[in-house]
Ligand binder design. Structure first.
Ligand SMILES: [Zn+2]
Length: 171
């Protein structure tokens, strides 16, 4: 896994930062210590009663036009499952509150030319058959896939792909 951080200036005094390690910068002028911390994201493997997994197709970069599981970054103060309920509601218009832990996936998320280190926490849940999917503008399409039909080479995020590979092994 390669890192490509491009932080240049001290957030405290604006002086040029000195890189001291893979995740650590030091300002030689004001002694400000700047650590690159891991960002936490959550994702959901949503299974219907035919044991098919729900994927949605991204409408924005990174990964525009690629498939993924419903997912997003935690906001300050949220638990992992609170964040996942919020993301599923925002992306799909579904109310889902009950989750089963599936696995964690370290990764990198490229945004504005910076590779942010991430930890993707994935949960499994059951599709609420009595609710209808209402896509947000984040997604352009959705579909349910049998495990052996999951388009593993059209998944936008590597951490989503690895979770789906693990899902296929559970059959
Ligand atoms: Zn400084």
């Amino acid at each position: 896994m390669t890192n490509n951080y491009q932080y240049k200036y001290c957030p405290s005094c604006g002086e040029v930062l000195s890189k001291k390690g893979d995740n650590y910068y030091l300002c030689l002028k004001c002694d400000f210590k700047f650590y690159i911390t891991v960002s936490t994201s959550v994702g959901a493997i949503i299974l219907n009663k035919k044991n098919q997994v729900l994927l949605d197709k991204r409408n924005h970069d990174p990964g525009i036009g690629k498939w993924g599981i419903p997912a997003g970054f935690l906001e300050k103060g949220e638990t992992a499952t609170d964040a996942l309920s919020r993301e599923i509601c925002e992306e799909l218009g579904l109310k889902v509150l009950s989750f089963e832990y599936f696995g964690t996936y370290p990764g990198l998320y490229k945004f504005q030319n910076i590779d942010y280190p991430t930890l993707h926490i994935v949960y499994k849940t059951i599709f609420p058959e009595n609710q209808n999917i209402v896509l947000s503008e984040e997604s352009r399409d959705f579909a349910f896939f049998d495990f052996d039909k999951i388009p593993l080479d059209e998944i936008g995020n590597e951490d989503h792909r690895l979770a789906l590979v693990d899902l296929c092994k559970t059959k």
